[in-house]
Design a protein around this ligand. Sequence first.
Ligand code: BMP
Length: 228
Amino acid sequence: MKKLAAEKGSRVILALDYYPPGKDPLDFWSQLLDSVDDLLAGVKLGLPALLSVGPEGLRELVESFSDSNYFIADFKLADIEDVVRTAAQRILRLGFDGAIVHLFPMCYSRLAEREAGRSLDIFGLVSMSCRSPLMDLHLEDLVDYAVKLDLAGVVVGATKPEIVKRVRELLGQRGVILSPGVGVQGAEPGSAVRAGADFEILGRSVAASPSPRQALEKIVKAYPPPRW
Ligand code: BMP
């Protein structure tokens, strides 16, 4: 992921959840990716995309843009290990490079999935961008667990830079930090990277903008270039 991002000089992962009412989602997201492809390190597709275009639509998007983008399936998996691994295998077959998994079940011994010479990177969600009284009570345990499982990285909300900083301290260089919550949810572009994240995830501030390319060009100026 870092290699591709360094080649493209980008720290942005675009979340495709939004499409304008009345438009065909697959057409809209394909055109959007065509127009901003060179500015992205990766693309995140979650349940809204799956429920809008179905698994074959996801496969089509991934296949069309996978040469130049790292694709993350964000179904926030949280289940018994066997079910999570079965889902991860299907995600791998759709062509994705990585998948996001909730770590709070803490009942996994191994999550890595390999098939036909390809492996799926797993990112563990340790702190969300929204606030809740329960969130972050077990932050250190979840980060330790991500390290124990040897995950590719973790997800930490950009709206809490102090938590991003703490997770970087706990994690050291043992995984990447993906940080959503930039733009519409309030965090400034670049703020999570300055706190220690590697990538920022942006959705509506780009996809719902009347001029997505212009919006993204403005946003990417906030990032220091990747130096991996
Ligand atoms: P937006 O930039 O439109 O707010 O989108 C943020 C994206 O990041 C959404 O796809 C959402 O599912 C995801 N996300 C988040 O906002 N906060 C989290 O804590 C974890 C997420 O995956």
